[in-house]
Design a protein around this ligand. Structure first.
Ligand SMILES: *Cc1c(COP(=O)(O)O)cnc(C)c1O
Length: 434
């Protein structure tokens, strides 16, 4: 049988589902999808550039980009066509085999990260998987202490987020994420954020690795100081510990550079990537820098069925190509600077942080959740990583005009949110038993 004779020769995914409105989908979601995410804010059906539409036809400016994922916006024509043609040629082969796109992507990532000779890439399917690989890399550094004692400790930071699988969760600091799943893999200690004295006191030859986000994303876009990153590099090198940078959120152009750590001039021993890498297609990667880090995980010590498959690696190659060809990192830098300087002038905004198009700003009260809801009502997708912090991680192709549209609406959004928050508190205090 050839494709032409098939009754399912060509059809959009929407042909596989019956049409329904948003509320009906949400009810069916609640009845069928595991409740770990709570109730979704909307049911989205379509996107183009920085815009998305929900099942009721309402349009939104997407200022979150699927949490720093949709670097080129939605339905980017070049990325879409590369993915479909790769899928129509060869979709999956397993790691008993390789493919040209896998090799080309590894080479491209090493070139963009300025990695020295004998650097390598391991491909995974998500951020947490890239971090798991990094965790195993750190464990393999255990036997390398000069006194023969194993390096059992791994240092991470308070506020750090590294994913939800067990190893990544052990590195993640947030108690609410950790406690229900203890015991977690041992040996991880969380140091106070950006505190050099604490790092100096903790780092000795019993440490296998230090794991840092150059900018903590989930904690509310908190940048580590350049001095901290540079000193962490010196101290880990001296102690024989690995410096592992988690750039799952900050990597691939998000900050206006290919990788956030490049602004500090350091070279890590390993770096994790995911979110923006596939332009919306799931893929993760661990880059190991130089011969020592690249020799720690040997044949048979790690693996993945899907990791590095032809479609995912083609998607990432296409994304990197389009970011380069369109001078998109420059745009991220320009529009990011414009947004940050404009945000500082908005009443109710206390502090603005971040680089490129990874932006966090603190409000002068705990009404960020209400602001997210009101923004959605007004057609903007944003996010509240903390009760008083809003985060923007839009497509890196966001235009100044699109950014301006949000800035124009923001004072009204914050006013309404503050009022809604005050009303909730007033209602709660009158409801409280005497
Ligand atoms: C999102 C994130 C992860 C986890 O990535 P997933 O793809 O959700 O598994 C890990 N580290 C950082 C810094 C992240 O922002």
């Amino acid at each position: 049988m050839n494709g032409k004779e098939s009754s399912v020769e060509s059809a959009p995914a929407s042909a596989l589902v019956d049409p329904a409105k948003g509320q009906e989908w949400l009810q069916r979601y609640a009845d069928s999808v595991l409740g770990v995410f709570g109730t979704p804010q909307r049911v989205l059906v379509r996107g183009a550039g920085c815009l998305v539409w929900d099942a009721d036809g309402k349009q939104y400016l997407d200022l979150l980009g699927g949490i720093a994922v949709n670097a080129l916006g939605h339905a980017h024509p070049f990325v879409t066509s590369v993915i479909s043609s790769q899928l129509a040629t060869l979709g999956h082969v397993s790691n008993f085999f390789t493919s040209p796109t896998q090799v080309a992507l590894a080479e491209k990532l090493l070139a963009l990260s300025g990695a020295p000779v004998e650097s390598k890439v391991f491909f995974a399917n998500s951020g947490t998987e890239a971090v798991e690989a990094a965790f195993k890399l750190a464990r393999r550094n255990s036997a390398a202490a000069p006194d023969g004692k194993p390096r059992t400790r791994i240092l991470a930071l308070e506020g750090g987020f590294h994913g939800r699988t067990m190893g990544a969760l052990a590195l993640t600091a947030k108690q609410a994420y950790r406690e229900p799943f203890e015991p977690l893999p041992g040996g991880v200690e969380h140091l106070p954020f950006d505190d050099l004295q604490a790092l100096e006191a903790a780092l000795d030859e019993s440490v296998a690795a230090v794991v840092l986000e150059p900018i903590q994303g989930e904690a509310g876009v908190r940048p580590l100081s350049t001095g901290y990153l540079q000193r962490a590099r010196e101290l880990t090198r001296a102690a024989g510990a690995l410096l592992i940078l988690d750039e799952v959120q900050t990597g691939v152009g998000r900050t206006g550079r290919w990788f956030a750590h490049q602004s500090s001039g350091i070279t890590p021993d390993a770096m994790t990537l995911a979110k923006g890498l596939g332009g919306g297609f799931p893929i993760g990667a661990l880059v190991t820098f130089g011969p020592r880090a690249s020799a720690l995980l040997t044949a048979g010590q790690h693996g993945s069925t899907f990791g590095g498959n032809p479609v995912a690696t083609a998607a990432a190659l296409a994304t990197l190509h389009a970011l380069e060809a369109g001078a998109v990192l420059q745009n991220a830098d320009d529009v990011g600077n414009f947004l940050r300087s404009s945000l500082t002038a908005v009443p109710g905004v206390d502090e603005v942080r971040g680089e490129g198009l990874l932006i966090g700003f603190d409000l002068d009260g705990d009404f960020a959740a209400e602001a997210v809801r009101e923004a959605l009502e007004q057609g903007f997708i944003i996010n509240a990583p903390t009760p008083h912090t809003l985060r923007l991680a839009p497509p890196l192709i966001l235009t100044r005009a699109e950014a301006q549209g949000f800035l124009d609406a923001l004072p009204g959004i914050l006013d309404t949110a503050r009022t809604a928050n005050a009303r909730t508190h007033a209602a709660q205090s009158t409801e409280a038993p005497a």
